[in-house]
Design a protein around this ligand. Sequence first.
Ligand code: ADP
Ligand code: MG
Length: 391
Amino acid sequence: MNIHEYQAKQWLARFGVPVPQGRVAATAEEARAAAREIGFPCVVKAQIHAGGRGKAGGVKVVHNDDEAAAFAEDILGKPLVTHQTGPEGRIVRRVWVEEASRIARELYCSIVLDAAAGGPAIIACREGGMEIEEVARETPDAIIIEVVDPLVGVQPFQIRRVAAGLGLSGKELSAFGVLVRSLYDAFLKSDCMQLEINPLAQLDDGRLLVLDAKMNFDGNALFRQTDVAELRDITEEDPKEVRASDLGISYVALDGNIGCMVNGAGLAMGTMDIIQQYGGMPANFLDVGGGASKEMVGQAFRLLLSDDKVRGVLVNIFGGIMRCDVIAAGVIDAAREIGVSVPLVVRLQGTNVEQGRELLSKSDLSIIPADTIADAAQKIVEAVRAQEGDA
Ligand code: ADP
Ligand code: MG
């Protein structure tokens, strides 16, 4: 789960992380009042769940309240397109107004859960700021990575190593040490997956200040992070993903055009892989779960078809706990009710597979049956292609 920059800053402040003074505003007049309170110059920043705002015109230094209100008026209620949002952009619903800092250097510092290393990794770079992606691409050696052993926490030698890489010494090194410890504390105690500070600004007077913060939390830990869960902004999430989570279905929207309905996360991943192997692109990951009911199958089906990118559907179900005839009935009901205008390939295997196949073949729907996963993947990719060829 992601949160906004202003929420991340307020959250981090609780852990003693140094952040600028700021106010959130939802209208131009609120932005004017916030700017007056903060004083000038101040910075007005679009709040969306995406980075790259600076380059896209979503961050502006303003020198008086008219300028603050005018800029807020300009961006509020409209989509902001950045290199991270996709072409449709994200609607700006709030701005964050904060004191402007006199920046000497912009550093990069993040903590991410590194699955391969088995612990949180501190990632840092002396060339932070808006060009960080280019730096990572062109001079990967400039990126410092320090994996923390979760049992012992951040060690002083690790802080010295990262600080040296960032060119910090003396008083700055101690300040950096305190900062990293509070970031790590926030990371651990809030069940974060990612905590990214870019830029971590070194000011004219040597102080370190967090000027941008991105936090991502482990969705599976939200049951025990109720304060974090309250920061959720569902207007920033894919409506299909929100509906799926309400229904208890694991669903992740993707960029392709083949909708997949599968039971079991492993089989779902395998299905996506094999679709790609045959030259297709999955529109989603969808796991209806091992013991899903007929209703659940129907809901999942509706969810798939509500995505207008979907040009074909592949149902790949292994009937273990769930019986194939129940799945077949669910698919038939849903398909009848919604009306499926795209090719539909169904591959069933497992308990009551014969009854399930019979139901499908007897139905008046044009379902393309498949025996193996490979067969199913090949058939849906071909069917989608043939249809695009016709169009
Ligand atoms: P994004 O990463 O989405 O582009 P940032 O919050 O990092 O947005 O802002 C972009 C740039 O704007 C920063 O790299 C920094 O140079 C400048 N900036 C952001 N906040 C401030 C601030 N409070 N004072 C001065 N400059 C700022
Ligand atoms: Mg940034």
